[in-house]
Design a protein around this ligand. Structure first.
Ligand SMILES: Cc1cc2nc3c(=O)[nH]c(=O)nc-3n(C[C@H](O)[C@H](O)[C@H](O)COP(=O)(O)OP(=O)(O)OC[C@H]3O[C@@H](n4cnc5c(N)ncnc54)[C@H](O)[C@@H]3O)c2cc1C
Ligand code: FES
Length: 275
């Protein structure tokens, strides 16, 4: 990582051209661009993405199968994410980063639990695991049409002993229910050396609790409102820590002492709101 830091100031915006747009679901797209620095980030790290004339948003850095290419996988939600989702091949966006810490790579029997675009850092994590690891991935979605990265997860882990489980809330694909129901069922039959999670915070809270009760090492990557992404503005404060600088990855032991985790977050004005 040292040579990367020497060659580019993490905090300066680089303008990149979107080279490919991949439809993952009717509301989720992956945007691919060339950037040798973001192509190499650690699992869990994010970038700040400038959509000219609109806003700057934090985005986890997605993997691509192509050398020196990086990507973002964005869900169309409010005005800024919809603007990013609507970017076309040939359009330009600005990127700065990478920012944040990363997942701790453990070995053995590993469980990755993701919901929605929370799967992005988990897919990157999958590329850092050893071929000898036995990896289970639980992918959660509301309905079949919202499931993505099932094929990718199987492909990334094809040389591992692995199991990719899909869970939909309406039962239209895979098991019916919540990812945490599937996790609870798994934990009755087996145990893991480590659990990693990213997705809606209430889901992560339950995942962390379940792992912690079984004394399994667990880490979650959390989201907070981010403006600077580099520890200056304070908008991402998460209890006593800053999500952008001290996280976004925290271990279960810390998370269960942070009263905000799974309960409250700050809105754009910095006011605490319940989840
Ligand atoms: C570290 C990190 C990584 C992320 N990775 C992804 C990803 O890979 N793919 C993806 O689709 N989304 C990701 N997000 C969420 C994304 O940054 C936006 O929050 C989300 O797309 C909603 O944007 P919006 O313009 O539609 O929000 P708005 O409609 O303007 O607001 C809706 C809600 O989105 C959240 N939000 C809006 N702006 C920000 C901001 N600057 N920082 C944090 N939260 C905000 C707030 O909770 C807000 O209430 C990530 C967020 C963080 C913090
Ligand atoms: S986003 Fe500014 S301090 Fe974290």
């Amino acid at each position: 990582m040292i040579w990367l830091e020497l060659q580019r100031n993490t905090n300066s915006i680089k303008i990149v051209t979107v080279e490919k747009v991949i439809d993952e679901t009717p509301t989720v797209r992956t945007l691919v661009f060339s950037d040798e620095f973001l192509a190499r980030v650690l699992p869990g790290q994010f970038a700040m993405v400038w959509i000219p004339g609109v806003n700057e948003l934090p985005m986890s850095v997605m993997i691509t199968q192509e050398k020196e290419k990086a990507a973002f996988t964005v869900r169309k939600h409010g005005p800024s994410s919809t603007a990013l989702y609507s970017v076309k091949k040939g359009d330009q966006i600005g990127v700065r980063g990478p920012y944040g810490n990363s997942f701790t790579i453990k070995q053995g029997k590993l469980l990755l639990v993701g919901g929605g675009t929370g799967l992005v850092p988990l897919m990157r994590l999958a590329t850092f695991l050893k071929k000898t690891d036995d990896v289970t991935v639980i992918i959660g979605a509301k309905t079949k049409g919202e499931v993505f990265f099932e094929g990718l997860a199987n492909k990334l882990l094809e040389q591992n002993k692995h199991n990719v489980l899909v869970v939909t809330e309406d039962g239209t694909h895979g098991e019916s229910g919540l990812v945490t129901d599937a996790m609870q069922k798994l934990l009755k039959e087996t145990t893991f050396d480590a659990v990693y999670t990213c997705g809606p915070e209430k889901m992560m809270h339950k995942v962390v609790q379940l792992a912690f009760e079984k004394k399994i090492y667990v880490e979650a990557s959390i989201e907070r409102m981010m403006k600077c992404g580099m520890g200056l503005c304070g908008s991402c404060c998460f209890g006593e820590v800053l999500a952008c600088k001290d996280g976004t990855v925290f271990d279960g032991q810390y998370l269960l002492t942070n009263k905000e985790f799974g309960h409250t977050h700050r809105n754009k004005s910095g006011i605490l709101e319940n989840y």
